[in-house]
Every structure is written in C-alpha cells, then in structure tokens.
Design a protein around this ligand. Structure first.
Ligand code: HCA
Ligand code: CU
Length: 435
C-alpha cells in the first residue's frame, strides 16, 4: 500500500453542516439508471457531476472502492484530476471510498489514493443471520483490527465507521460495537439502510449517540422507503448531526435517499443559516438539471427545487399568481436558482448547463450535440472575456452568429400568459386596495 496524499484531514475545519455527497456511489445503485436504459454513469458524466458538486461547495464525496470493477478504478483517475484542477479555486475536496470491513476493499482504496475510508458492516440481526453471518463479537473484532491497522499505517486518512442498518440494530448492540471503534475513527455513521426510521426515532438515536460520544462527529444516511428521508435528515441535522449523506435528486437504492437541495432548501426556510455556509445555493436548480439530464429525465415534481414547483395549472391559481406569486408560492425559489440570472455561466460551466440556458431560457432550437460544440467554443472564448462582457453575452453571440441557431418566437401575449417563467418574472399586476 502507498500513501502520498499531502492533505491532512486535521487541517480542514469542518463547517456546521458537511454534505457527504454519494450520488456517484449510492446514486449509482438507483434503478432509475436502468429505467432510462443507462446502466452506469460514463466517465464524462462522473467528471461533470463531480465538477458541479465541487463548484456547489461540497467538500466530501463518496465513491465506490476501486475493487468494485476495473472501470471504477479508471474513472477514479479522471475524477481525481477534476478535483485537483479545482483546488486553487474551491479548496480541497475529500474523496472517500465506501469500503466493507475487508482488507481487499481497504488496500484497493488506499492504493488508489483516496483521502478517506467510509467503513461499513451490517450490525442488525438481519445482517448477522442472513448477510455476512457473523455475530457481534466477530463484527467487533473484524472492524477493530482492520481500522486499527489503517490508523497506525495511514494516519492521514479520514475514517468513518457505520453499523449498516443501524435503525434495526438495538441500541445496546450498536453501542457495544461503537464503543470499540470510537477511539479509532473521525465520524460515526447511522444509516437507515431500509428506511424504517421515523423523525422521533432519529431524534432519540442522535441524542443518545451524542450523549454517549460527545466528542464524536455523526453522519446520517436516510433511505426513503417510507417517504421520510428528508424529514429524518432534517431532524438529524437539527439534533446535531454534522455530516449528512445526500445525493442529487435523492437517487439511490430502491426509493433513494434524501436529496441534497431539498435538505438545504428546508434548512434555509427554517433559517438555519449557519448550516448553509459555503454552499452555492443559487446553483441548486442547475445542479439538479445536470443530474436529471444524465438520467434522461426531468427534475421530478417531488423535488422542491424544481421548475414544476413553480408551475400552476388551475386557472384560479394562475390568475392569483399573476397578481401576486405569494398566493400559491409560499417560498421563493430564486435563491435556489430558478431564475435566469442565477445560472452562473463561466469557464467551469459544463455543456449541460449551457444546453439548459440556450434551450430553456433563451428558447433556441438546439440539440445536445450542438450544445456540446458550443460549450467547447465557449470555454475557449470565455477566458478572454472583456470586463464589460458577460458570459451569457458570449454564449448568445456564439449561438446566433457562429452557430446560426434560431430562436423559437413565441408571440408576446402567449409569453405573458405563461406562468412558468424561468426568465425574469414580470412585475406582478397588483390589484387596487379592495379590488
Ligand atoms: C450500501 C448500504 C448503505 C451504506 C451506508 C453507509 C446503507 O448500499 O452499501 O455506509 O453509511 O444504506 O446502509 O448505503
Ligand atoms: Cu444506502
């Protein structure tokens, strides 16, 4: 095993909330990939997703251990290069390998140059009986001896330990295991692997863990089998869980886990502003669009940071919203990027965002291939940007003058009647007092 990562975890001061994005690990286990005839993310997809996450402000990203397949191993090199390119602009992003308590997983991750290891082993009775088949004493022995060795030989690595299926593991059994590993790790995970937890159970569990291990950072991971993942994640954060695993659009095994932007949006509404430090919230809708386009689908209507959340169909609603959006929109989504001005175009914009900008906001007739060509030309052009020019203007010029794209012309009366405005919202027509 080799280790040459110059970055010591201890040098990074964690924020009040650290998102641990697992779109490329848990998210890759989503059946949505299969439903859309896309059986895995391509290397280019992974690079673009990682770039978007880093620009968004995510500092911890979980990936499969390279053991999983030779392809994962190759992709990791490309992913690391994206991370390295962005260090001077965005600081360091920790790449964490999801590893079983197994020496092969661990050595493959260390050899590949990961910054940390997210260990997991099933602790529930189901895992003990039907999964790995080991009892608690064996689980403890296996986890402890391996983690001890890693800590001794690779002290720069960030180490997390999770009892898989923690919410179906009786508290005293979980404590027995955690008591043994706590001195060796930086974080303890509490995954709700099969989505059985309720918000009350989450609050109880997080409080109990905090009381027992007051020095230890906790990490959450909530599956959505009951549709409670978001509220469980919120509850965990409010009770002091500092690290929260999320995916874009909440994709993951079965019903998935909690979505990153849904969680941050709720924390914003609840004025938990200190937890939002360093996240580029205005990039929320664009980053959701990036992932949706990888899955060949729209940002789903159940995602709060979606355009559908700004769409009004019933005539009564439309009329009211035209008068005052507050009538049927309790929360503004502008800060979460559902407006034209919040698409922050620049040298780091991927073709997806450019495609979205040209097609959805500027009404160009453009397909993905052409958008990719324009993105390439844009990247060359944008570095020479003049102080009085905007990236949007460069894109418009490219689209119109060099690529000769045509814009759909929608007659003004129809445009005014559309309530699903992505571009600047028209001034609301205010009714006179009493009118
Ligand atoms: C898995 C299970 C897992 C692990 C979570 C964790 C879960 O797919 O391997 O390591 O904290 O839900 O328990 O995703
Ligand atoms: Cu999971």
């Amino acid at each position: 095993m080799t280790s040459d990562s110059p970055f010591q975890f201890r040098r990074y001061m964690p924020r009040h909330l650290e998102i641990v994005d697992t779109t490329l690990r848990e998210g890759s286990q989503s059946s949505l990939l299969h439903d859309h005839h896309k059986y895995f993310f391509s290397q280019a997809d992974k690079m673009e997703i990682l770039r978007a996450l880093i620009i968004y402000g995510v500092k911890f990203v979980e990936l499969f251990a390279p053991m999983v397949s030779p392809r994962e191993q190759d992709d990791l090199v490309a992913i690391q290069s994206v991370r390295d390119e962005l260090i001077t602009q965005k600081g360091y992003t920790f790449l964490l390998a999801h590893v079983r308590c197994h020496p092969d997983d661990v050595s493959s991750a260390i050899d590949a140059g990961f910054d940390g290891l997210n260990f997991y082993i099933g602790t529930s009775v189901h895992a003990q009986r039907n999964g790995h088949g080991k009892g608690l004493n064996q689980i403890i022995h296996q986890a402890r001896s391996l983690i001890e060795q890693v800590r001794r030989d690779y002290p720069h690595l960030v180490v997390r330990f999770s009892g898989e299926d923690a919410f179906r593991t009786p508290e005293e059994e979980l404590f027995r295991v955690y008591d043994e590993v706590v001195p060796l790790v930086h974080r303890l995970g509490t995954p709700d692997t099969v989505g059985v937890a309720t918000p009350a159970a989450v609050a109880r569990r997080v409080k109990a863990l905090r009381q027992r291990y007051p020095q230890m950072d906790l990490e959450g991971h909530f599956h959505d089998d009951r549709g409670l993942a978001l509220v469980n994640a919120l509850e965990a954060v409010k009770n002091g869980t500092r690290y929260m695993q999320t995916t874009l659009l909440g994709i993951g095994e079965r019903s998935g886990i909690n979505s990153m932007t849904a969680l941050l949006f709720n924390l914003f509404i609840e004025r938990e502003y200190d937890k939002l430090e360093g996240y580029h919230l205005r990039g929320s809708y664009p980053i959701n669009v990036v992932l949706a386009s990888k899955l060949n689908k729209l940002v789903q209507s159940k995602e709060p940071v979606s355009l559908t959340n700004r769409t009004h169909i019933a005539g009564v609603h439309q009329k009211a919203v035209l008068n005052d959006a507050l009538a049927y929109e309790a929360h503004t989504l502008d800060q979460f990027g559902v407006t034209e001005s919040e698409i922050l175009l620049g040298p780091l914009s991927g073709w997806n965002v450019i495609y979205y900008f040209l097609k959805e906001i500027k009404y160009f007739q453009v397909d993905k291939l052409v958008a990719k060509e324009i993105a390439k030309a844009f990247k060359e052009r944008v570095y020479g940007i003049a102080p009085d020019e905007s990236p949007a203007q460069i894109l418009m010029d490219l689209a119109q003058k060099e690529f000769g794209l045509r814009r759909l012309s929608i007659p003004q009366p129809y445009r005014d009647a559309v309530v699903q405005h992505l571009d600047a919202r028209p001034e609301p027509v205010r009714l006179k007092d009493g009118g």
